[in-house]
Design a protein around this ligand. Sequence first.
Ligand code: FPP
Length: 241
Amino acid sequence: MGQSKENKGEVVPAHIAIIMDGNGRWARQKRLPRIMGHYAGVKAVEKTVIAALELGVKHISLFAFSTENWKRPKGEIYGLFGLFRYFIRCKIKKLKEENIRLRFSGRIDFLPDNLKDLVKWAEGETKEGDRLDLVVCLNYGGRQEIIDAVNRILEASPKDNDKAKGINEEDFRDYLYLPDLPDPDLIIRTSGEKRLSNFWLWQSSYSELYFTDVLWPDFNEDELRKAIEEYKSRERRYGGI
Ligand code: FPP
């Protein structure tokens, strides 16, 4: 679970997770089409990742497309997929130069082939990156992740007597999408909404939550620093005293 029990001090969160919300409202305020809000959201991703790198964050995870986002109009969904492909293609060189590992979490197999193939390719290309682990959650849902884990355990159990007898938390983690990813120390949500919306449900048990009214396209290094300062002032007890 990362760090010291009492976290008041100078400890930068090892894993920051972000619910990037408010792209649509940002576009509406500017009388632009929604997709322009998402495009501005990609620019905010770039700024935030560079800032995280400089601040010494080790893992950053971004909720980019949820299992519930399929309810949006087709044009917006495919516009978003186009932006994810653009991000991967255009940024892969920079990610490699900066030693950033790019990986994805979610039901990737259900994505269109042209995105799925690019996702697999990008993961392979950046697998040696050890300065920052950038996790993009695509077609991700926390409940779905837990259900997928349970189904994989059930599939494995007839072959594995130990699992059939019951499993503990540590064993369960092995069946999550990214078992080696530490739980988020800090979860940030932009745009004033105060919910987790099915993000990292298993992993968020002891995460510190930070909510800001800033819309995602306006998020930047200063906003990230503010969130980290707030995190540093909190005391983490993990159920102890
Ligand atoms: C929520 O804003 C945002 C999304 C559903 C998409 C997030 C995607 C990006 C920021 C694009 C770039 C991501 C990567 C990783 C390259 P909203 O549309 O729900 O905004 P609203 O609530 O104001 O309508």
